[in-house]
Design a protein around this ligand. Structure first.
Ligand code: ADP
Length: 593
């Protein structure tokens, strides 16, 4: 159910229950009223007959000689005593409340209760309506509270004639008082309120004690006056019952305009109403529960149907997604394939470009070298031609010793050219013999080859203890030694040029650093000036005087090292003795641990 409807449904249910309550109350009240009416039909005759039963009693008593006697001789104590006894006997026999005789003035001459403290004897009841009625020769009927006894009762009075046979003037009044309390007693068992009211509407009998002597509606002035006059309720202040009165059943009873009433029990009405309300609530609850169960069932079915549909949908979507993904993958795959082809093409292009570049680099180098070589070789060549020309002139002039000297010079110059060319061979050699090279052994071999030169220049060569150092690299042992010798010779040259007092040492160390084998050649020479460092590895760059250096050593060494996938770098050492340090890095043998 949708949420906003819920309060509405509750409200409707509440209204229904309330309606059922009201309807129940209405129905119960109507039923009870009907029942009450029937009950009153049964009760009224009882009451009526109880009052009627005694109506003739005072009339019959009027014929009693004792009564006439007493009226004739009211001062005769014996007569009065006899009267009292007679009245007492009859009262006991007939079971009425009291029987008493009054004279014409209303003064009580004798009474059945003469021997009681509440005796009527000597009391005057002329103010009571029953007395005045009887005095006028009519039977007097009255209900009221006794002024002597303070007990309520129904009074029936009849005139007494001096001569009971022919009538004549009324000589006295005989009255009978009947108690109606026993009716009240029987009503007690009823759960409804039963009340008997006089013609003014004053309740004088009721099974609810607090209803007694209260009026059904506020009393008007004449009624109040009358009540005061007759002392019907011995001057009690008669208050009205709480207004408005609930609905009640009513029936007239007696000859005095009385009303017998039955007010249905509110508790019964409420109980019936509650029963209706509860029944309705139960019915609604059952209905609600049934609706809920059906609703739940319908919803479950709906949910099942929905979830089945959702599952079908999901399966469909999945299939579609798989198809889409497959298509995507296929395109991606073909994309990748074409990319791969392109990559291969690009790689091929790069390689070609690289080769071309290398070739170009080589050509550039070759150009540079050609220039250098031309320059280097031109000098001795020019010298040779000059010496040869002069030698020919000397021979023509017959001076062979001078021609011989010139030939000696030619020989020197050509030797020098040979040295240059032999150095150039280092570039040309291509076929390297790559083997496993023990670097320590190469260092030792190189040191041994330059040892004499060092000794001659008074320079110490320190190689430390290299025995047992197992550092193996892949390369050409001869070429590695060529590089080492070149580096050692440069270091020696640098240190040799220093003053005698300066430390004169060249140190070689060998160690492993990550994947490299490192050879460091440090000297105590002047170090490499900044402007030299920029051209260090260029061919034909030298600071040495002509004839001493060609400037090819480091260029050749660098190309050798690069061919073995190694590095050759140089830097200056700090400190006062610090000269240059050349670092030769060669990749360690992969099998090396
Ligand atoms: P060459 O030794 O024939 O001059 P190299 O290529 O071997 O040619 O060296 C180039 C230059 O590098 C040298 O002339 C020198 O100025 C400088 N050089 C090389 N080694 C050292 C060194 N250990 N200390 C200082 N300068 C050096």
């Amino acid at each position: 159910m949708r949420k906003p409807l819920l309060p509405l449904v509750f409200l409707a249910a509440l209204l229904l229950v309330a309606g059922a309550y009201a309807l129940g109350a209405l129905r119960a009240r109507a039923d009870l009223l009907e029942q009450g009416r029937r009950q009153l039909e049964l009760m009224a005759p009882d009451l009526q007959s109880a009052m009627d039963k005694y109506e003739t009693l005072p009339f019959v008593l009027g014929f009693q000689p004792d009564l006439a006697e007493a009226i004739a001789h009211p001062a005769d104590a014996a007569v009065i005593a006899r009267l009292n006894r007679t009245l007492q006997t009859i009262q006991r026999q007939s079971q009425v409340g009291a029987i008493y005789l009054m004279d014409r003035s209303g003064l009580t001459l004798g009474s059945s209760n003469w021997d009681q403290p509440t005796s009527f004897v000597g009391k005057n009841f002329s103010y009571r309506p029953y007395f005045s009625e009887a005095q006028r020769g009519r039977p007097g009927l009255f209900y009221g509270i006794g002024t002597a006894t303070a007990e309520a009762g129904y009074f029936i009075a009849q005139p007494v004639y001096r001569d009971s046979t022919d009538g004549g003037p009324v000589a006295g009044v005989v009255a009978v008082k009947i108690s109606l309390a026993e009716f009240e007693q029987t009503w007690r068992s009823s759960e409804h309120t039963i009340a008997l009211a006089d013609r003014h509407g004053v309740v004088f009998l009721s099974n609810q004690p607090d209803w007694r002597y209260r009026s059904l509606r506020p009393l008007d002035a004449t009624a109040q006056q009358e009540l005061a006059q007759t002392q019907q309720y011995t001057g009690r202040q008669v208050a009205s019952l709480p207004q408005p009165l609930p609905e009640y059943a009513v029936r007239p009873v007696g000859k005095l305009g009385w009303q017998l009433m039955l007010f249905p029990s509110q508790v019964r009405v409420q109980r019936a109403a509650l029963l209706w309300a509860a029944g309705t609530a139960l019915l609604l609850a059952c209905g609600g529960a049934l609706w809920w169960a059906l609703h739940q069932r319908r919803r479950r079915l709906e949910e099942q149907r929905e979830s089945r549909a959702a599952l079908r949908q999901a399966a469909l979507e999945l299939e579609q997604r798989i198809a889409e993904r497959t298509a995507q993958l296929q395109t991606t795959n073909s994309d990748l394939e074409s990319k791969y082809v392109k990559l291969q093409q690009t790689e091929h292009m790069l390689r070609t470009t690289q080769n071309q570049l290398v070739q170009a680099g080589k050509l550039a180098m070759l150009g540079q070298m050609a220039a250098g070589i031309t320059h280097e070789l031109n000098q001795p060549l020019a010298a040779i031609r000059a010496f040869a020309d002069n030698a020919r002139v000397f021979l023509e002039r017959g001076r062979p010793e001078q021609a011989d000297a010139n030939l000696g010079h030619i020989s020197d110059a050509s030797a020098r050219m040979g040295a240059i060319i032999s150095q150039l061979k280092g570039f040309a050699r291509k076929d390297e013999a790559i083997t496993q090279v023990n670097l320590a052994r190469s260092v030792q071999a190189s040191a041994l080859l330059v040892d004499n030169d060092f000794k001659r220049q008074g320079v110490t060569l320190e190689t430390g203890d290299l025995t047992g150092s197992e550092i193996t690299v892949a390369g050409d042992a001869v070429r590695i030694e060529q590089v080492l010798i070149n580096l050692l010779r440069n270091a020696l040259d640098a240190v040799a040029g220093m003053e005698e007092t300066h430390p004169r040492t060249v140190t070689v160390t060998l160690e492993k650093a990550e994947r490299w084998a490192e050879v460091r050649i440090s000297d105590t020479g002047p170090g490499i000036p900044e402007q030299v460092a920029a051209h260090l590895f260029e061919p034909f760059y030298t600071t040495k005087p002509s004839g001493q250096g060609l400037g090819l050593g480091l260029a050749i060494s660098s190309s050798i090292v690069q061919a073995m996938n190694g590095q050759l770098t140089a830097h200056n050492l700090p400190g006062p003795a610090g000269g240059a340090q050349f670092v030769l890095r060669l990749p360690l043998q992969a099998t090396e641990p």
